[in-house]
Design a protein around this ligand. Structure first.
Ligand SMILES: Cc1cc2nc3c(=O)[nH]c(=O)nc-3n(C[C@H](O)[C@H](O)[C@H](O)COP(=O)(O)OP(=O)(O)OC[C@H]3O[C@@H](n4cnc5c(N)ncnc54)[C@H](O)[C@@H]3O)c2cc1C
Length: 575
């Protein structure tokens, strides 16, 4: 079979009103071309949904040699995959639920992802305080963490450490002392869920997958009772496309049942959606020395994780049946998390007024009769309808690579011997994701120092560069080169604005940024973790640049501004 490179024709540069813009494989300027290419031939596989599950499937399938397309109705990762706790878990809590095989799988996956994308998967010590009346007792914790280390294949130097009461107090002085009995210190890995999804999609595009955001599947197309295509509407241009494929995978997370309904195959097991809220407060208001996973009086457990100049807290877990695109946090959700912090860290006294940002996600879990939200299994399941629509739902961010492998194995199993002859078996464990091209994670500190040296003129500190590298990895070079160019052209004297403009242009060239929310929420996380730099002036400059590059009319610019202001308010106002 000839492998056709759907998404990677030559990178060319455009000059738009004096601004030189390159067109990478996921350039915003290529959306239409990619949709036309997809509709111009019969694909091997079409993936519906551009969250981490869909992205992983696109990468796995394209890297094995299949012709792949992916369509996402909002921005990439705008569903659950930008709204998680942002941890690549070893799955400690599943141990308590007896899900041994899940702990083993996600633990191993964590080690693989660390190699795939070392810039985005960062080891971090997590403190589990042991308290009177808490979830975990000392012996159970010691055994549980020991078992977790073994199952997850944790390296010797990263294995758990049990702490006395005094040691735990020293480790985290803000902890409540009267109920503290001791603690356990273990390794979690933090990530940026939205960026991980993007890097996987960018890598899939390198292998030839055509991936487009704001492209909604509005109906399914059939031939002799078998699903063989989809009708897609471009949410920006309103144009409709028919895309045909030999296999269609529904990887729409919380929307999976809507697609099954569209297919007339929603029977048997269904989704059970639960809502999880996270709050962000300034670091100085909750100055944790390190991440903590702590007990809440109602028997649940909550994370508090320092990040940049903030600390974030989450999560809640309540049944949900409202709007899927814009789930919102209520005041009760916020108070629940604030009370949890104030109970375990009594000197902190957080109030609603301290919240600078928040996000709310929906877990697409599989319903189990009689079980409460937090007891439902996080395992993934695959459904194949009579028409051939393949649905994958449930699961975790951490397990996406294995989920993709299972789906692509299934697709290939059904292919004729002749068409699968040239296809490889799964090797995504060997692939370095875009930005992750470091020989080993140990090289990152040197890379940061060298870049800091090269980009001295930009007046960025080593910390600034490190935080860029933790977003873009090796691609940081491209952004700094752009920022230097903008400085030379004296776009503005303000280095931070120059850098933000450079990131925005990179986002348009290589990550399909179409509006300000794509950029400030999902490409950079600035709306959550760099709130102090989101000034009116910066937003105005970025919107102006977007309007210039996309030739927005005044009305369009106004509409985009209103949309962004609404999303901004949703992160600080509660229902
Ligand atoms: C609060 C919370 C915390 C979590 N924390 C963690 C964690 O720390 N670690 C971890 O490993 N996991 C975590 N998870 C789980 C993890 O986030 C999810 O399992 C994962 O993100 C699901 O990804 P997905 O791609 O299946 O779904 P989504 O990310 O929701 O992607 C589905 C996509 O399909 C698109 N779509 C829907 N309908 C259509 C259509 N008609 N046409 C085209 N596109 C369509 C949607 O717009 C959406 O973007 C958490 C989940 C929640 C809610």
């Amino acid at each position: 079979m000839n492998r056709i490179d759907l998404g990677s024709s030559v990178v060319v540069s455009l000059s738009i009103k004096g601004v030189k813009i390159m067109q990478g494989r996921l350039s915003t300027f290529r959306r239409e071309e990619l949709l036309l290419t997809m509709s111009g031939e019969r694909l091997d596989l079409l993936v519906i949904g551009g969250g981490i599950t869909g992205a992983g499937i696109a990468l796995d399938a394209a890297s094995r040699g299949l012709r792949v397309g992916l369509v996402e109705k909002q921005d990439f990762s705008a569903g659950t995959s930008s709204r998680s706790t942002k941890l690549i878990h070893g799955g400690l809590r599943y141990l308590k639920q007896g899900e041994i095989s899940l702990v083993r799988e996600v633990g191993r996956e964590r080690a693989i992802l660390y190699r795939n994308a070392p810039h985005l998967v960062i080891p971090e010590k997590m403190l589990l305080p042991l308290v009177k009346g808490g979830t975990y007792g000392r012996i159970a914790t010691s055994f549980g963490l020991w078992m977790y280390d073994r199952l997850a294949g944790v390296q010797k130097e990263e294995r758990r450490l049990m702490l006395s009461k005094e040691e735990t107090e020293r480790q985290e002085p803000l902890l409540r002392k009267d109920i503290l009995k001791g603690g356990g210190l273990y390794i979690e890995y933090r990530t940026d869920d939205a960026r991980l999804t993007l890097e996987v999609l960018k890598t899939a595009a390198i292998y030839g997958a055509a991936c487009v955001n704001y492209a909604e599947v509005t109906s399914l197309l059939y031939h002799k009772g078998r699903v063989d295509g989809v009708q897609v509407q471009d949410r920006y241009t309103g144009k409709a496309y028919s895309i045909f494929a030999k296999n269609i995978v529904n990887a729409t997370g919380p929307w999976a049942d809507q697609l099954r309904e569209m297919d007339g195959s929603l029977k048997g097991k269904r989704l059970h959606l639960t809502k999880g809220v996270h709050l962000v407060v300034p670091y100085h208001r909750f100055p944790l020395k390190q991440s903590v996973y702590f007990d809440v009086p109602d028997g649940r457990m909550v994370f508090a994780i320092p990040r940049n100049q903030t600390t974030y807290i989450g999560t809640t877990d309540t049944d949900y049946s409202g709007n899927l695109e814009t789930p919102r946090a209520t005041r009760d959700d916020a108070l629940y998390l604030l009370n949890a912090v104030n109970y375990m860290f009594p000197s902190v006294h957080l109030t609603v007024g301290d919240i600078i940002s928040s996000w709310t996600g929906l877990r697409p879990l599989i319903h189990e009769e009689g079980k409460a939200a937090s007891e439902l299994s996080r395992k993934d399941e695959i459904f194949i309808s009579d028409t051939g629509l393949i649905t994958i739902a449930g699961g975790k961010l951490t397990g996406f690579r294995k989920m993709a492998e299972r789906i692509v194995d299934l697709v290939i199993r059904e292919m004729s011997d002749e068409s699968k002859i040239s296809l490889r078996s799964c090797y995504t464990d060997q692939i370095q994701f875009s930005g992750g091209e470091f020989g080993s994670p140990d090289e990152i500190p040197l890379f940061v120092r060298e870049l800091a040296d090269e980009a001295k003129e930009l007046k960025l500190s080593e910390n600034d560069i490190r935080s860029l590298v933790q977003k873009y990895g090796t691609n940081t070079k491209k952004i700094l080169a752009k920022a230097l160019l903008l400085k030379e052209e004296k776009e503005t004297e303000d280095c931070r604005i120059n850098l933000a403009l450079a990131e925005l242009e990179y986002g348009i060239e290589e990550e399909m940024v179409t509006n300000l929310s794509d950029f400030l929420i999902r490409r950079t996380g600035k709306l959550f973790f760099e709130r102090d730099i989101i000034t009116k002036e910066l937003c105005k400059t970025l919107l102006h640049h977007l309007a210039l590059l996309f030739s927005w009319s005044e009305d369009e610019q106004e509409a985009h501004t209103i949309k962004f202001e609404e999303e901004y308010r949703n992160t600080v106002e509660f229902l």
